[in-house]
Write a protein that binds this ligand. Structure first.
Ligand SMILES: O=P(O)(O)OC[C@H]1O[C@H](O[C@H]2O[C@H](CO)[C@@H](O)[C@H](O)[C@H]2O)[C@H](O)[C@@H](O)[C@@H]1O
Length: 369
């Protein structure tokens, strides 16, 4: 039956879809099902497009332009109001250290947007030497881990310190510091580091390596015509960047990713700051990595341990959630804009993160006197 030529058929009351859906009553259930599928599709598309649009608002700068003064004052007021819910970790430093008295602090630091500023080219997200020195110093007093969506090799190269734990690929690739291997166990593989020393790696998604490689190649191929799109191989996950893509082409980027991953039901797509991330569907994230690392360092199930996790991105929320739900430690969200979070405190930007790290060292060294 030619559905379009059936003029007496009821027309379903959806302006966007009605021209597709006139039908005879006996076909109504099928057509309704089709309509629901279409609506699901439209809703899903709207939600990932909205997520792409909200994925990283520009950093807020107070403008000198008088015509914008009111707007910027409004933003200041909104930020101050937000800070009542997420107080500054710097202004609340005494509260933090009072609580930390007699406890062992363990530090977990995200990389992009936390230790290094967000920049247009992901290959150039370098941290400053001053930040490096601050991280090095703080790691002398507290066990410190870098937890990043980047590949472990890349984030190790950026940070360049050997005294830290590193969790790359959103925690799917973990290594301990020099002289302190992570414990042996399921999902641990033996490897050698750059100096040829034996190390234990924790890699719960190692079976996905060939699949991720394949998906990376397909994504490079299918986004190659989109100006500004960049695909980054993070070993156990892939990032598709759209920061430098015209807004009109964002939907095309999203569609490319969906077209590729629809063939891989064991992969999922998540959002970061102007980036789509494709990762294995396994039950593992930065929160699980935080728990694993605490166990590995020998600090889980101890009442005298205070984990502090500092991060700026959506994926860091999994770690904030672990701390919030376990009612232990502090999540600190790095953000210059108000946003909902499971963190307890806030810091405005990497500069404030550095001040916070330095303050921890000063507190620790002066309280030891
Ligand atoms: O967990 P993270 O360490 O925060 O890593 C998350 C993603 O960070 C990087 O992308 C982000 O930073 C880039 C450099 O500033 C920026 O250009 C990009 O728009 C941001 O999304 C990294 O390149 C991704 O692979 C990570 O997944």
């Amino acid at each position: 039956m030619d559905l379009k030529s059936n003029h007496s058929a009821p027309v379903l009351a959806d302006p966007g879809l009605s021209n597709l859906l006139p039908c005879s009553p006996d076909l109504l259930p099928t057509v309704l099902r089709r309509k629901n599928l279409l609506l699901d599709d439209i809703r899903a598309r709207r939600s990932w497009l909205d997520a792409m649009k909200c994925s990283s608002p520009p950093p807020y700068k107070k403008t000198k332009d008088i015509s914008n003064e009111l707007a910027s004052d409004d933003k200041d007021a909104a930020y101050r109001k937000w800070m009542l819910k997420y107080p500054s970790a710097l202004l609340s430093f005494e509260q933090i250290t009072n609580y930390a008295k007699g406890k062992r602090i363990a530090l977990f630091l995200d990389y992009d947007g936390t230790l290094s500023p967000i920049v247009e080219n992901p290959d150039c997200a370098f941290m400053s030497n001053e930040m490096r020195a601050a991280v090095q110093k703080v790691a002398m007093y507290f066990p410190t881990a870098i937890v990043s969506g980047r590949s472990r090799d890349k984030v190790c190269e950026f940070v360049g310190l050997t005294e830290l734990y590193y969790a790359g690929s959103h925690g799917m690739d973990i290594v301990g510091p020099v002289r302190q291997s992570i414990s042996d166990g399921p999902n641990c593989v033996k490897s050698t580091d750059k100096q040829g020393k034996d190390v234990n790696l924790f890699q719960p998604a190692s079976e996905f390596l060939p699949m991720i490689e394949e998906v990376f190649n397909s994504l490079v191929e299918c986004t190659k015509e989109i100006k500004g799109a960049k695909v980054e191989n993070n070993k156990f996950c892939v990032s598709v960047h759209f920061r430098n893509v015209d807004v009109e082409s964002w939907e095309t980027v999203g569609q490319c990713v969906l077209d590729v991953i629809k063939n891989y039901p064991r992969l999922r797509m998540t959002h970061g700051r102007k980036v789509l991330e494709i990762r294995p569907i396994i039950n593992w994230d930065k929160g699980k990595a935080l728990t694993f690392l605490l166990e590995s360092i020998g600090l889980s199930d101890c009442d005298d341990v205070l984990p502090i996790y500092v991060g700026d991105d959506q994926t860091d929320e999994d770690a904030f959630k672990v701390l919030q739900e376990g009612n232990r430690g502090y999540g600190i969200l790095v953000s210059s804009l108000p946003k909902e979070s499971k963190a307890f405190f806030s810091l405005k930007d990497p500069q404030e993160v550095m001040e916070f790290l330095k303050s921890l060292v000063t507190w620790k060294t002066s309280s030891a006197l």
